[in-house]
Design a binder for this molecule. Structure first.
Ligand SMILES: Nc1ncnc2c1ncn2[C@@H]1O[C@H](COP(=O)(O)OP(=O)(O)OP(=O)(O)O)[C@@H](O)[C@H]1O
Ligand SMILES: [Mg+2]
Length: 268
């Protein structure tokens, strides 16, 4: 469980990126964090694994403040795939990059090999295993950053804008990864600007604006018409399905099937 209690974060240049955030994330939660650029999403998740420490307030991980724990211990609990893969990737070979995390957790031999191959297979980079990460395109480097986190098998995984730069196939892979992790009972947290991905893959949505949490609920609750003005205030447009669903009286998270039936009838 991650328990964020009254956390503010002020960067050295004086930017107040988080302003007294309270947020409880139970084990097994499937949480999307959304909100305008600069609203503090990345700053918030960097507190979950101790990469950043609160200026005020505290973050409890399984009941113990992250401030009292070593980064290595936190890394075994919470894996974070960075928004910018180039700030995460450092190895000269894809396989070495993916092996780094699990090796640090003590995996060796066949167990290490299984973790690495499994992670590479999940993101579809098996054939690129011997290549230099910097010879891959941006979308593949994003997937590599994700694989490096998956390979660690942490109980909680955090993906900072995983679908950015992905084509349909990449986006579908990421949706499948989220579903698999959730089915295995792991806690999955993702930051995203892709509202369809958010509505379809997550059970809970937290909306941020100017360093604060302004909405927190299921996708149906958060994307309900009553919140559209508030969402617009942080430059979030509800997913198309929510906008059509509201007009047709189908609610804010209609299925594709319900939408098609309402729009063109069962015969289509
Ligand atoms: N290292 C840093 N030093 C100073 N200010 C920073 C630093 N990193 C982020 N900020 C500032 O803190 C605020 C929150 O940034 P953050 O990256 O957490 O937002 P975000 O919601 O993740 O945005 P985006 O959607 O663009 O990724 C912004 O004003 C940003 O400019
Ligand atoms: Mg960010």
């Amino acid at each position: 469980m991650i328990d964020v209690q009254g956390v503010s974060h002020v960067y050295p240049d004086g930017t107040r990126a988080l302003d007294r955030v309270d947020l409880l994330i139970p084990d097994g939660d499937r949480l999307a964090i959304i909100g305008q650029n600069g609203s503090g999403k990345s700053t918030l998740v960097r507190h979950f694994n101790g990469l950043l420490r609160p200026t005020e307030g505290r973050v409890l991980l399984d009941g113990r403040p992250t401030a009292d724990r070593r980064v290595a211990a936190l890394a075994a609990r919470v894996g974070l795939a960075f928004q910018d893969p180039d700030r995460q990737i450092f190895a000269g070979r894809v396989r070495t990059e993916v092996a780094f995390g699990p090796r640090n957790l003590g995996l060796r031999g066949a167990a290490l090999e299984t973790a690495v191959s499994g992670a590479l297979a999940s993101v579809g980079l098996v054939e690129q295993a011997e290549r230099n990460p910097y010879d891959l395109g941006f979308s593949s480097r994003k997937l590599l950053a994700l694989a490096s986190v998956l390979a660690m098998g942490t109980p909680t995984v955090v993906f900072d804008e995983p679908t950015t730069g992905q084509d349909l196939r990449g986006a579908e892979r990421i949706q499948a990864i989220v579903a698999e992790l959730a089915a295995a009972g792991r806690t999955v947290i993702a930051i995203s600007h892709d509202m369809r991905f958010v509505a379809e893959s997550f059970a809970r949505v937290v909306v941020m604006r100017a360093g604060r949490v302004i909405l927190d609920g299921t996708p149906a609750e958060v994307f309900a018409e009553a919140n559209w003005e508030e969402l617009a205030g942080t430059y979030v447009e509800p997913p198309l399905a929510a906008r059509i669903g509201a007009r047709l009286g189908l609610g804010s998270t209609p299925t594709d099937g319900a939408l098609i039936e309402a729009l063109v009838g069962r015969s289509a």
